[in-house]
Design a protein around this ligand. Structure first.
Ligand SMILES: *[C@@H]1O[C@H](CO)[C@@H](O)[C@H](O)[C@H]1NC(C)=O
Ligand SMILES: *[C@@H]1O[C@H](CO)[C@@H](O)[C@H](O)[C@H]1NC(C)=O
Ligand SMILES: *[C@@H]1O[C@H](CO)[C@@H](O)[C@H](O)[C@H]1NC(C)=O
Ligand SMILES: *[C@@H]1O[C@H](CO)[C@@H](O)[C@H](O)[C@H]1NC(C)=O
Ligand SMILES: *[C@@H]1O[C@H](CO)[C@@H](O)[C@H](O)[C@H]1NC(C)=O
Ligand SMILES: *[C@@H]1O[C@H](CO)[C@@H](O)[C@H](O)[C@H]1NC(C)=O
Ligand SMILES: *[C@@H]1O[C@H](CO)[C@@H](O)[C@H](O)[C@H]1NC(C)=O
Length: 315
């Protein structure tokens, strides 16, 4: 956390407040959040409370605002659900150059992290400075894990409300991903935890292992896992593709990244898969803030910041 960090972090936190205030102009929500957020720290297991307090100290940003940034996955399932519904997105969409405001503001905060214990890498990840959860990362030699946003009517706001009202038995999305990267020691263990733990918001987890056939997309509701879709190379399923829509449903018509990605993978063929061909595949319709390429077995990990010129939704 260098001394330039507080500026982009403050800008982002202010944008989040503006978005909320533009939906509920009375300012009541922000007030509620400011007063109630410190209560969210009760019963957080693991290092999260201490780390958020540390970040608030170092950046001199109020703890409540640091917490609000750290629940931004849950926050965005609310905002993007609303935006997807009214198809306008006028609050978060920069009409001057057609970019997502928050996506642009996240870019300067994007960092590659190497988490070490006793000077040895435990996992590597790409995240946002000031955010103690993880969205994308891998444990060299063992598994890779990525989170995709999932919209659902039974969305994150119910989970947050339950938490604020005192029912604190579910995990924050970014925190479970961090815990798995930090403490799980195999693909199977990671899959088991990601399938069974109760969550605050719906999500897709994309997990890859170190053996042929170890790769799956887990579609999660808050309580249950709806679907675990696995690689099956013996039967020709050598890839699984996940964007921000359930695989058994049609994607939102303005945002079909699934079909072009599959066509492109089919054209590439399994034999020709490499970081450079995959990067091209992921460029057919670039997704949001960054693109990450991971080779679990060789331990290679590369992240590229992306521009997202079309109205692409989610990450
Ligand atoms: C915190 O967790 C403990 C034990 O798991 C439980 O007894 C307590 O009620 C929880 N507190 C809140 C505020 O949920
Ligand atoms: C990982 O496990 C250690 C030891 O049990 C624990 O102290 C730490 O909080 C865990 N990390 C996370 C992110 O849950
Ligand atoms: C879009 O405009 C905003 C401010 O108006 C600026 O911060 C951002 O860098 C621009 N994005 C691109 C991709 O030009
Ligand atoms: C880790 O590495 C640093 C510098 O490379 C060294 O000073 C330190 O003693 C090492 N710590 C451990 C626990 O090995
Ligand atoms: C692959 O992962 C398993 C745990 O899921 C581990 O026991 C095994 O050593 C790993 N294999 C290699 C070649 O790293
Ligand atoms: C990709 O190839 C698979 C297997 O041949 C086929 O079932 C699928 O329809 C193809 N998808 C696209 C989008 O071309
Ligand atoms: C696979 O790669 C080779 C060598 O780079 C190239 O000659 C060949 O055309 C590629 N095949 C496909 C299907 O793209």
């Amino acid at each position: 956390l260098n001394d330039k960090l507080p500026i982009p972090l403050k800008i982002l936190v202010n944008s989040m407040k503006n978005v909320v205030n533009s939906f509920v102009p009375s300012g009541k929500i922000v007030q509620l959040v400011d007063q109630k957020l410190p209560g969210l720290l009760d019963n957080l297991s693991g290092p999260f409370e201490e780390e958020m307090k540390g970040i608030a100290d170092v950046t001199e940003i109020p703890l409540g605002e640091i917490i609000s940034f750290n629940i931004f996955y849950e926050f965005f399932t609310i905002c993007t659900s609303i935006i997807t519904e009214d198809k306008e997105g006028k609050y978060m969409w920069n009409v001057n150059n057609n970019t997502w405001v928050v996506t642009e503001e996240l870019k300067p905060l994007t960092v590659n992290l190497d988490f070490q214990r006793n000077n040895k890498t435990v996992f590597k990840a790409t995240s946002f400075a000031g955010y103690v959860g993880m969205l994308t990362g891998f444990k060299p030699g063992l598994f890779s894990l990525t989170l995709n946003e999932r919209f659902s009517m039974n969305g994150g706001y119910i989970g947050i409300l339950e938490w604020i009202l005192g029912k604190k038995d579910a995990m924050w999305i970014g925190f479970i991903t961090r815990s798995v990267l930090e403490n799980s020691t195999s693909y199977e263990e990671a899959k088991n935890i990601l399938t069974k733990t109760k969550l605050l918001a719906p999500a897709y987890f994309i997990l890859g292992g170190n053996q042929s056939g170890e790769g799956c997309v887990i579609t999660r509701e808050r309580k249950d896992s709806l679907d675990v879709y696995e690689l099956d190379p013996k039967n020709g399923r050598w890839y699984v593709v996940q964007t921000n829509y359930d695989r058994w449903k049609s994607p939102f018509f303005l945002d079909d990244r699934r079909t072009p990605t599959k066509m492109c993978l089919n054209r590439t063929t399994q034999e020709n898969l490499s970081f450079s061909t995959l990067y091209d595949v992921l460029s057919t319709k670039p997704l949001t803030v960054f693109t990450t390429l991971i080779d679990v077995t060789k331990g290679h990990y590369e992240t590229y910041l992306r521009d997202c010129p079309d109205p692409c939704i989610g990450w």
